[in-house]
Design a protein around this ligand. Structure first.
Ligand code: 5GP
Ligand code: MG
Ligand code: MG
Length: 173
């Protein structure tokens, strides 16, 4: 960590304020339903933990894990599920919680995967969004912050499994 050249991008106070707003918005939107929140491991675990505690409505939680293969840092297109959820989602309201949307390939895959099970509704909340980097069209329903083309770590996001524990978000140079 010490050797990594990084600068602060989103301080914890700003994150806390935005997560609170997202929690309020989601609570309003799902006031009449029993929401199931699906976190995408590992990157979303801290965001999800904060987000569900910012809700004023009850929810259930489950987790999925995906892997993408290909050239180096960029995901190349081949996404596979390595851990599926264990909850039945047919006829239920589902909110996927993800750390960051980059090419869109991971979330496109996951949304298609869950849609086959006929949930009543299926939306996505992403902590971060790199809109300019899509390889497939994809729009998250709730977004914490937009990021330009930079690699970020902290608040659950890693660089080679390092930096997930950092309470603030950093840009790695
Ligand atoms: P996508 O399929 O949208 O290209 O990739 C999404 C995944 O790539 C994210 O869930 C995340 O694991 C990883 N990723 C994309 N951009 C970044 C980034 O700037 N920092 C980190 N730590 N991971 C990223
Ligand atoms: Mg992720
Ligand atoms: Mg990662």
């Amino acid at each position: 960590m010490e050797s990594m050249n990084k600068s602060i991008f989103i301080p914890r106070e700003t994150i806390e304020k935005r997560v609170k707003e997202l929690g309020e918005q989601i609570s309003r939107d799902y006031a009449e339903s029993e929401l199931i929140i699906v976190g995408v491991l590992k990157g979303a675990f801290i965001f999800m933990a904060d987000l569900i505690r910012a809700l004023s409505i009850p929810c259930r939680v489950d987790f999925a894990r995906l892997a993408s293969y290909g050239s180096g840092a960029a995901s190349s297109g081949k996404v596979i599920m390595t851990k599926d959820i264990e909850t039945s989602i047919r006829g239920r309201d589902i909110l996927i919680v993800e750390d960051i949307v980059d090419t869109g390939l991971t979330l496109k895959f996951l949304v298609d995967w869950f849609r086959e099970r006929n949930p009543r509704s299926l939306k996505v909340c992403a902590f971060l969004d790199k809109q300019g980097r899509r390889k497939v069209p994809f729009e998250a329903d709730y977004v914490g912050f937009s990021v330009d083309d930079a690699f970020v770590i902290g608040y659950g996001l890693d660089f080679d499994e390092k930096g997930r524990f950092l309470p603030d978000v950093y840009i790695v140079e």
